[in-house]
Design a binder for this molecule. Structure first.
Ligand SMILES: *Cc1c(COP(=O)(O)O)cnc(C)c1O
Length: 428
């Protein structure tokens, strides 16, 4: 059995008890971000360019997805004030609390929408440009025509996923006319597979976990030059697409009258799987708010992949290495090994990681509906569970504003959601 930097942490993680871990590598934002610009060529302008591309596509997206008409083609979620947050988190805080409602993001129904759609659109533009189809002012509406569709139809876009990334990539790629293939892990929910098949997406089921589905997809895609693989463990474009949320959040916070500065910190709670979505958001938030923002990642007790990576310099790389089984009801977070690219990008930016018990995810899910009517999936409940732990650290600052990022849920079929809800009610 391998151990992390601290034997104590390893034994606590092995015991499966929720815990809060503070990141000793956390460093001043400006210094880290300047370093990343040099080492990885990742900067604020890249996030702004991703935002600009999505805005350029907005009119075309309305034509493909009529549900976007009300937002003029922008795929964005609301920032919702949560009045009695303590009734969900179990802890009274003095500052204001908000939900960032990605559970209701249009088109894909989860936080995967921005990143996944961005990556597919970049590929579609590159391919069209190579074939001389993206000419007049680079207007994406040209790519909805017969000529572009015929080109896309002989190309494959593939991805490996526990479910939600597959929905995002599959829905966007098939809407443009690509042949879309989603490799799903054993824990992916049946309804996600059916929803994709209805859209004409090829769903390939694998016996193994998320990493096995990604590896299988990567390998198959590599055998054809007409195949593009969205690599969740290594993707710069996914990361930048996720980060776009932060530019918009900045405006939403200002509209809500929230000041973020050294005296009024912003504490953001982000459910974490392979790390791309919470990592991209952390990277973006540090560009926007610097050291005034603190980002915490929430992971299931059975799948603390990013925590294992952060707390290990040369030891274990996956949760299996320390004896955990990566079995959790939070299917969006059921990842055994974190993305190495995301680790490199955020290891000095994330303030800490906490782990959460599956039962508590269902309790939160039920409490949230009872209090607000908001329906989320188990993975999206994770961020509400950090405040109860080591209260001195996370809720000590009376002027802090908390944001709980609800990362998915609106696509969960009603009968599935009712099962989650009843399970939560029995536990409350
Ligand atoms: C994918 C996902 C996450 C985490 O994103 P990663 O990029 O895998 O870290 C969180 N919540 C939900 C609902 C997800 O589907």
């Amino acid at each position: 059995m391998e151990t992390l930097n601290s034997d104590d942490l390893t034994s606590q993680l092995k015991a499966g008890k929720p815990l809060l871990w503070l990141n000793p590598q956390l460093a001043p934002a400006k210094k880290v971000l300047d370093g990343l610009e040099t080492s990885h060529s990742m900067k604020l302008a890249d996030i702004e360019a991703a935002d600009a591309l999505l805005r350029r596509w907005a009119p075309a997206l309305v034509r493909l997805f009529p549900e976007l008409a009300s937002s003029n083609g922008l795929i964005e979620s609301r920032l919702i004030e949560l009045a009695d947050a303590d009734r969900v988190t179990g802890v009274k805080t003095d500052g204001r609390s908000f939900i960032k409602g990605d559970h209701a993001l249009p088109v894909a129904g989860s936080i995967k929408a921005r990143g996944g759609i961005y990556e597919v659109l970049v590929y579609a533009e590159d391919l069209a440009a190579q074939h001389g189809l993206l000419t007049i002012d680079r207007d994406p509406q040209q790519l909805l025509g017969d000529e572009a569709r015929a080109l896309f139809a002989i190309h494959t876009v593939a991805v490996g996923s526990t479910g939600n990334l597959g929905l995002s990539i599959g829905i966007m790629a098939s809407a443009l006319g690509f042949h879309a293939v989603v490799h799903m892990s054993h824990d992916a929910k049946q309804w996600k597979k059916e929803r994709l098949r209805k859209r004409g997406v090829d769903v390939i089921e694998h016996q193994g976990d998320y990493a096995a589905a990604v590896a299988a997809g990567r390998q198959t895609a590599a055998t054809s030059e007409k195949s593009y693989f969205v690599d969740d463990e290594n993707s710069r474009n996914l990361f930048l697409g996720y980060a776009v949320a932060t530019l918009r959040l900045k405006t939403q916070l200002a509209e809500s009258g929230v000041t973020v500065d050294a005296a009024n910190p912003l504490i953001v709670h982000l459910p974490c799987g392979v790390g791309g979505a919470p990592g991209g958001i952390t990277f973006g938030l540090k560009h926007v708010f610097g050291d005034a923002v603190q980002c915490y990642f929430a992971e299931p007790c059975a799948s603390p992949a990013m925590l294992v990576r952060l707390a290990s310099t040369s030891g274990p790389k996956s949760v299996y290495d320390i004896g955990l089984d990566n079995i959790t009801e939070a299917d969006g977070l059921a990842v055994g090994e974190a993305s190495e690219l995301v680790y490199e990008l955020v290891h000095e930016l994330v303030s800490g990681v906490y782990t959460v018990a599956d039962d508590d995810l269902f309790r939160v899910l039920a409490r949230l509906r009872q209090l607000t009517g908001i329906e989320i999936e188990p993975s999206a409940s994770a961020g509400f569970l950090g405040l109860k732990l080591k209260e001195s650290v996370l809720h000590a600052n009376p002027t802090a504003t908390h944001i709980f990022w609800t990362t998915g849920g609106s696509f969960v079929p009603a009968e599935e959601y009712e099962k989650f809800y009843r399970q939560g009610c029995e536990l409350v």
